[in-house]
Design a protein around this ligand. Structure first.
Ligand code: GLN
Length: 499
């Protein structure tokens, strides 16, 4: 008799169940595929479901377990690793060999990748079973999942609302218990903001901690791969597998990977938590602010000390980001021209027509807006005024964080200014949409790790607490999150329709 509640369990619990022989990976995979089939339609969280492939991988994992082939996790190591037949899903920005990889765009509507991204390779080598590829904002540009060519994703807490973006398919599928975990990417907040809006845990590691190889590039100096899970403990488990040097990514950093799970147990006694006063100024929804303040009080009751820190240039982070990110995207996306990469327009009159129509038809409105902004700020005459200036401000913001981390271990605040908003509400107003990431973008500009953990509700919608650590301070923010989750049960709440 297989437990009927497999979908409610965390990765850590499922790993134990598999280990004890309570159920097999095939049974677990079947149970989740059945949920995806039955409940997934309304959410539109998946672009591709890889059912046959998942069942085959689960069978291999069960067989390996039966034969006691315990492999060491790592690239190309046979046998089973720490993820032992555990299911997960990948954001459709990660290249997956032999599987459609669209990046949420018409441009890559038919692209089947010939190779696996490093993240995919490492997780598979550790035994993870991929259930499918999740919907996302086109080329990860967006905060609501509404820029996807494949249509918006719905929030399991309220189907009229957005699950956040750009990793909206990942956040919605974890929140709806269609999968225990998902990968995501975060250039300005795309893991943490959707995690906040769906009551899930979202971790963006330090820039360079996880390889970007095979992750379709948006803004290369900001992009970082991470995870959306139901607990900090699960995020620690996955990060331990994903992190590490990769010679195929020139910005990958060669630094030992700690045992993130082992570090979770220590108490918060003496942890110095910095609060940014400006984060609680106008612009923050009252009920969200109240939930975050309560969460800070919980950390304090666990032995952390709260002090105010000043990040004087932080209010420049959104405008800075919207110069740097479009500049980099205009360069990265130039390869999608219908010749080298991407969809090719039919019956072109000449080469110029081929380029223009391939790009004109392949990209959506938001991507075009970014490419045009980026081309403009990089053009001769404007380069100094915009791009160079933005790079200078980026340094100031990074310096502010550096100084703040001389006095504190972790910086805490809200993840997003409001709870989930209605689909359609902000899509025609880019500036309002861009302000969704006002609390998260700073960490990307400075390359710092950040996590969002569920900390309450506002208007019956989840609210996220945001913790930022110094470079390679993943252990600190994971420990603080885990200890907080031992004291609270917000992360265990489930939308009624998906219980
Ligand atoms: N919402 C931000 C943007 O549209 C961040 C996206 C991301 O982190 N990928 O650029």
């Amino acid at each position: 008799m297989i437990a009927e509640d497999l979908h409610t369990q965390t990765l850590t619990q499922l790993a134990q169940g598999l280990e004890q022989g309570d159920f097999t990976s095939v049974e677990l995979t079947q149970a989740l595929l059945e949920r995806i089939e039955r409940l997934g339609g309304d959410l539109n969280a998946f672009i591709t479901v890889t059912a046959d492939r998942a069942l085959a991988a689960a069978e291999r994992s069960d067989a390996a377990r039966a034969e006691g082939e315990i492999g060491v996790p790592g690239i190309g190591v046979p046998g089973i690793g720490v993820l032992n037949g555990l299911p997960l899903v990948h954001k459709d920005i990660f290249c997956t060999r032999g599987v459609l990889t669209t990046c949420g765009s018409r441009m890559l509507e038919n692209f089947v990748s010939p190779y696996d991204a490093s993240v995919v390779e490492r997780l598979s080598a550790a035994g993870a079973v991929m259930l499918g590829k999740t919907n996302m904002d086109e080329f990860a540009m967006g905060s609501s999942n509404e820029t996807s060519y494949f249509g918006p994703v719905r929030n399991p807490w309220n189907l009229e609302c957005s699950p956040g973006g750009s990793s909206g398919g990942s956040s919605a599928s974890v929140a709806a218990r269609l999968t225990p975990a998902a990968t995501g990417t975060d250039t300005g907040g795309s893991i943490r903001q959707p995690a906040a809006l769906t009551g899930t845990t979202g971790l963006k590691p330090t820039y360079g901690r996880v390889s970007r190889y095979g992750m379709i590039a948006f803004a290369s100096s900001l992009d970082q791969a991470g995870v959306i899970t139901r607990s900090a403990e699960d995020a620690a488990l996955l990060l331990g597998v994903m992190a590490g040097f990769d010679e195929r990514d020139s910005t990958s950093i060669d630094q030992p990977v700690p045992d993130y799970v082992a570090g979770l147990g220590d108490s918060l006694k003496g942890l110095r938590v910095g609060i940014v006063r400006q984060h609680f100024d106008a612009g923050l929804d009252d009920a969200c602010g109240a939930a975050v303040r309560e969460a800070l009080a919980v950390l304090e009751s666990q032995g952390a000390t709260l002090t105010e820190v000043d990040l004087p240039n932080l209010d420049l982070s959104v405008p800075t980001y919207y110069v740097v990110a479009p500049a980099e995207c205009s360069s990265n996306l130039s390869r999608f021209d219908g010749v080298r990469f991407g969809r090719r327009a039919e019956d072109p009159e000449d080469l110029l027509d081929l380029y223009c129509r391939s790009r004109g038809e392949g990209f959506g409105a938001e991507v075009k807006r970014r490419i045009m902004t980026g081309t403009y700020v990089l053009s001769a005459g404007y380069y100094d005024a915009y791009y160079l200036k933005a790079q200078q401000v980026r340094h100031l913001i990074a310096d502010d964080f550096r100084q703040a981390f001389a006095d504190v271990d972790v910086i805490a605040g809200p993840t997003a200014p409001t709870p989930a908003f209605k689909l359609g509400d902000k899509i025609d107003d880019p500036i309002t949409m861009y302000l969704n990431d006002i609390y998260t973008i700073g960490a990307n500009l400075a390359g710092l790790p950040g996590i969002s953990v569920p900390c309450g509700f506002a208007d019956e919608l989840p609210v996220g607490l945001h913790l930022v650590g110094p470079h390679f301070g993943e252990e600190q923010i994971l420990r603080a999150s885990h200890q907080y989750q031992l004291q609270t049960d917000w992360h265990t709440r489930c939308p009624e329709a998906f219980a």
